[in-house]
Ligand binder design. Structure first.
Ligand code: PLP
Length: 439
């Protein structure tokens, strides 16, 4: 018996021998199609040995330097690379080790920006229900994932949550509506009720991931969010830890809305699992304020801008560019969504199909007309995920209770960006088979 604590003691976790492309090979000889991209992390596919070969050849020159005292070529190169694909107007990158650290860094930077400008009253944050921003106390406070917050509620920071534009279950705009008007109205009303001078930033997953599986705002939503945030001096931060860095078929999902946020956070695909890496991409409004005032951001992890992680990040970037992986998910994703659309027509239990590019969320319902969910006792998602796994396909299970307390049967599909049409067929055919036997 090993002593690993970071696991669910109720389930058995297969030992992995190796992983290549979209396939994970277990030590027991079984292989699994990684249709979840290992929590949405894997962009360039598993098993790219060229990365570690390059690391051995060049990266070993500097394994670690403290980035408060020195910089190193890979942090410099990677920041230029990231900015070359980021929305115009972004001019700074702060490297960290993952998504929670990126969001924690962004919320602190927002606070320090306001304090340095004399607006010390701005301490509250705005975020949305049914969102996920991380596991540290600050990022859990931002998260609207109630089941994960519950045990820690006494520790939560001052975050005010508003409705996400979840039009499939919206009582206000109804079937097929676009939640933009009332969500924007709620955003402004909340700001006015709380006092604009008390609010630091608004955090939003550009497209909501794990907690609501692909909830995507209407075409005008973020332009209006931007306008309101500007009106009240509030910073707007896009969490693209899951959706950024190519997954939606754009380098960053927000590029589809054509606006400039004050910060974009990323994680997952930027390191693609080859090293722990995350980043906060900072607009010139904030970068320039710090640079011109010769200010120091009072923050820093021992591993901020870690040399090996940045080296790996740069190699991942080079592969992404070489193989067109910042945009290929738009093409393979269109194929995947088209096949899922056909599946939705065939299976009444698929109430809603959401997402963009190589991210798809499927919400299941007991009755398509009323949209009534399955009772939690039916354990629909858990059974579906287990049956997929038995057939060698890994998909992500949604979060119970996510649908405003009405159950929460949904799955997410977020394969590596290298997945082929044949592998997508395999995934969808397996899902078809499982849904047939579940209904
Ligand atoms: N933000 C989003 C949107 C995420 O999906 C995640 C992780 O799933 C995080 C933040 C937290 O990232 P990490 O687990 O790397 O801390």
């Amino acid at each position: 018996m090993s002593g690993v604590f970071s696991r669910d003691f109720a389930v058995s976790t297969p030992l992995v021998e190796r992983a290549e492309g979209v396939w994970i090979h277990g030590a027991d000889g079984r292989r699994y199609l990684d249709a979840m991209g290992s929590a949405g992390v894997i962009g360039i596919g598993h098993g790219r040995s060229e990365i570690y070969q390059a690391l051995a050849a060049e990266g070993s020159k500097v394994s670690y330097v403290y980035t408060a005292s020195f910089t190193h070529p890979w942090q410099e190169q990677l920041s230029a690379s990231v900015l070359s694909v980021a929305p115009e107007g972004m001019s700074g990158v702060y490297f960290v080790s993952g998504g929670s650290e990126a969001n924690e860094t962004a919320l602190k930077l927002a606070r320090q920006y306001h304090v340095a400008r004399g607006e010390t009253g701005r301490h509250k944050m705005l975020a949305r229900w049914q969102s996920y921003h991380g596991v540290t106390i600050a990022t859990l406070s931002l998260s609207g994932r109630t089941s994960w917050r519950a045990p820690y509620d006494p520790y939560m920071l001052p975050v005010v949550h508003i409705s996400p534009p979840y039009n499939y279950r919206c009582n206000i705009c109804g079937e097929g509506g676009d939640c933009t008007d009332h969500c924007i109205e709620e955003l402004e009303r909340t700001i006015l009720m709380e006092g604009p001078e008390t609010i630091s930033c608004f955090f939003a997953e550009t497209i909501i991931g794990t907690t609501a599986s692909g909830v995507t705002p209407g075409p005008d939503y973020y332009r209006r969010v931007r306008e309101i945030c500007d009106r009240y001096g509030i910073l707007f931060i896009c969490d693209e830890v899951l959706m950024g860095y190519g997954r939606t078929g754009r380098a960053f999902a927000i590029q589809d809305w054509g606006i400039l946020p004050d910060m974009i956070t990323c994680g997952k695909a930027i390191g693609s699992g080859y090293a722990p890496l995350g980043a906060v991409i900072v607009s010139e409004k904030i970068t320039g304020f710090f640079r011109e005032g010769k200010r120091r951001f009072v923050h820093g992890f021992t591993y901020s801008g870690h040399a090996m992680s940045c080296f790996v990040g740069q190699k991942v970037f080079e592969i992404m560019q070489r193989e067109d992986l910042f945009s290929r998910p738009a093409v393979t994703g269109a194929y995947m969504h088209q096949r899922l659309g056909v599946l939705q027509q065939r299976h009444e239990v698929i109430g809603d199909l959401r997402g963009r590019g190589l991210y798809a969320g499927l919400e299941f319902v007991a009755d398509r007309a009323s949209r009534d969910p399955f009772p939690e006792s039916a354990n629909f998602t858990a059974r579906l995920v287990a049956m997929m796994r038995e057939r060698g396909v890994i998909v992500g299970g949604g979060v119970p209770g996510a649908n405003f307390g009405k159950g929460g049967d949904h799955i997410q599909i977020s394969p590596p960006f290298t997945i082929s049409e044949g592998e997508i067929d395999r995934l969808i055919d397996t899902l078809d088979e499982v849904l047939t036997s579940l209904s």
